[in-house]
Design a protein around this ligand. Structure first.
Ligand code: UDP
Ligand code: MG
Length: 312
């Protein structure tokens, strides 16, 4: 019998969590060949999520939880959960039932076929605002164009992975984590299955417009140096522009006998200064990342838990 750990990051999910476990248990009951265990990660919720978790742990002995000292973000919660797994197979999924447990059998079938991982992507973005859909499309298009890490449009963090893959993810100890990229970067054979997006019926999404934008930006800079490459292109264009104006000046001096180039020069100066500013901004962005990475801060801090990290 294969063991399966379900890693579930939870932030303010007191309302949905009991339903989540109930619904998931129904699906688990149809899969007698697997032994399931929940690893619920309370990411510094401001509601009674932890209390709900402890109650669930009293009711079901396969419910384990880890509770953070503050909100560290979903990425840290996923890492903490993965670090506490020791099962043959590990699922990562949201607590809000937007990642339907009904997909378990289909996903496990792909693993049985020999894939290392089965991950899902949303076919339609039902129930999402136009702006969010547009940002999401742009995100995947830019991600795939600028980085070697490729993922299908609409990829979500709902997947099942074999032990080896989880161990590889844990070896990526970066603090500013972008799991969508990490999952792809480590390689392995992933089968992508489509699923129909489910609207969140209980609780609210904790992503703001700005939060999503930042997430997308973190994604590009974590796995691509395309913004840095842009610097070279801008630099070369600038030099070519300089050559052009120089030629223009010489030609004008020969033909007209003078070169009153006050405005063009001013434009060139402003333009150059602008580019330098932008360049410095981009370099600063990467430097900032190096700065935070060399600090080697812990990815999360757990306050209470009813599960110990396995020896690796
Ligand atoms: N989540 C988390 N920490 C956060 C924000 C979200 O652990 O700081 C969890 C949340 O409880 C849920 C999952 O991440 O299980 C996805 O969050 P949400 O539903 O808000 O995002 P969306 O589905 O809108 O992308
Ligand atoms: Mg959600």
């Amino acid at each position: 019998m294969k063991t399966v750990d379900l890693v579930v990051p939870c932030f303010n999910e007191e309302e949905v969590l009991p339903t989540f476990v109930e619904e998931t248990n129904k699906v688990i009951a149809t899969l007698p060949d697997y032994k399931f265990r929940y690893i619920l990660v309370n990411d510094g919720s401001r509601d009674n999520t932890l209390l709900v978790m402890t109650k669930l742990a009293q009711k079901y002995d396969n419910v384990k939880y880890i509770s953070f000292s503050r909100n560290f973000g979903k990425e840290s919660a996923m890492y903490a959960g993965l670090e506490h797994t020791d099962a043959d197979l590990v699922f990562v999924m949201d607590a809000d039932l937007q990642h339907p447990p009904a997909m378990f059998p289909a996903m496990l079938k792909e693993i049985e076929k020999g894939h290392d991982c089965c991950a899902l992507y949303r076919e339609k973005q039902k129930g999402e605002s136009f702006i969010r859909q547009a940002i999401s499309k742009m995100f995947f298009a830019m991600q795939n164009a600028t980085s070697k890490v490729k993922m299908p449009n609409g990829a979500v963090d709902f997947r099942v992975m074999k032990r080896e893959m989880v161990d590889s993810i844990l070896r990526m100890g970066e603090v500013q984590r972008f799991s969508k990229g990490i999952f792809c970067w480590i390689g392995f054979d992933t089968k992508w299955l489509p699923y129909e997006n489910v609207e969140r019926t209980i609780g609210t999404s904790s992503w703001s417009f700005w939060g999503l934008f930042k997430y997308a930006f973190d994604g590009f800079t974590a796995f691509s140096v395309a913004p840095l490459k842009l610097l070279y292109i801008l630099g070369i264009l600038m030099l070519l522009g300089g050559v052009g104006t120089s030629v223009g000046m010489i030609v004008s001096a020969i033909v007209n006998g003078y070169c009153g180039y006050f405005l063009p020069v001013l434009t060139a100066i402003l333009f150059a200064a602008g580019i330098v500013e932008v360049s410095l901004g981009i370099i600063g962005e990467y430097l900032g990342r190096v700065y935070f990475e060399v600090k080697e801060r812990p990815i999360y801090i757990a306050k209470v838990k009813n599960i110990e990290k396995p020896e690796r």
